[in-house]
Ligand binder design. Sequence first.
Ligand SMILES: Nc1nc2c(ncn2[C@@H]2O[C@H](COP(=O)(O)OP(=O)(O)O)[C@@H](O)[C@H]2O)c(=O)[nH]1
Ligand SMILES: [Mg+2]
Length: 351
Amino acid sequence: MGQPRLEVTVLTPAGPAGVAVIELHGPDLTRVLGRVGVSCPTPGELRLAHLCVGEERLDEALICGRTADRVELHVHGSVPLVQEIMEILGAGLAALDGAQLALEEACWQAMSSAPSEVGARIALGQSEGLLRSELQRLMELSDGGLGSGLADLCEKGTRAKRWLHPTRVALQGPPNAGKSTLFNALVGHTRVVTSEEAGTTRDPILEATCLAGWPVELVDTAGLRPVGAGSLEGRGQDLGQRLADQAEVVFHLVPFGDAVEVPERTHKLITHGDRAGAPDSVIDALHDPLGASQHVGRLLGEILDTGPAWDFSWAVPCTMGQRDLVQRAASMEDPAGARSLIAAALASPSG
Ligand SMILES: Nc1nc2c(ncn2[C@@H]2O[C@H](COP(=O)(O)OP(=O)(O)O)[C@@H](O)[C@H]2O)c(=O)[nH]1
Ligand SMILES: [Mg+2]
């Protein structure tokens, strides 16, 4: 493994925003920050500064010293501006050090696109070398130790995936069950129209959100009721059913007091908790969106069965390529084959 090299990463999501955060991590910070006319902050220092190239002012930014080798620039989030600053900071970076830190680089990318806070923290740990150290440690063990260590990594990789990739969750049920009202509660804003008029929702709607910390791709669907074949409403129902069929979790909403059989594979969710006689466990997304959201988050946790709390000091494969590598190594009958796969990943510039 060569010397660490400087990484420059945009931590905030792609696209225009009020603020974009650019992180610089590694050696030579003073020299690179000099390219935009600012001095290197001490750890814990927060300073307002003008980023300049020569006489030309680029932006007013907050400079935040995180640690001795990690600095953040909080700049205005215009896409062309961020691109320009990245280019200026990145110019000549390759010349600083040619070392390849492929495992860590892949994790950096996973971190900046992580759909949940826990996922970002998991990827951050791996980008700082947890996975590399663990693979190096396993290589030193006996064949038996290597096998059980790889099996453990596989299991953690499967658990980590829940936070790094959204789970698709669909809402189904009869018209007026409150699917769209709950959908709005779960995404945190009025994303879809709700109405007492049956058949209001036609096209299925997908929206990214987090439930109890898990990233979710939520699907609202047209209410299920008999309609004419080929009718607009029927076509909407078919599209919704297709997305629900691909969902990992389907909640079938039933208004409190209605006798509705829910289809196999779906989870019954009783709505209209404000009706007389409804117990506390029945959700009322119209009057208590937060309570409904917490209730659904708890149910999802039980259904996904994600095990005990995550320990951020664990090593874990966090990209698809890394999970594939660990699974292939774990399933190899010949430990020598597993060792050479891991050795290649530790050395490879593209692993
Ligand atoms: N009283 C009450 N009304 C609700 C509740 N959830 C939804 N509604 C109302 O029921 C109607 C149908 O809701 P909507 O979310 O559009 O149902 P969908 O057809 O299943 O999407 C709307 O007028 C909502 O305001 C609830 O928990 N309590
Ligand atoms: Mg609806």
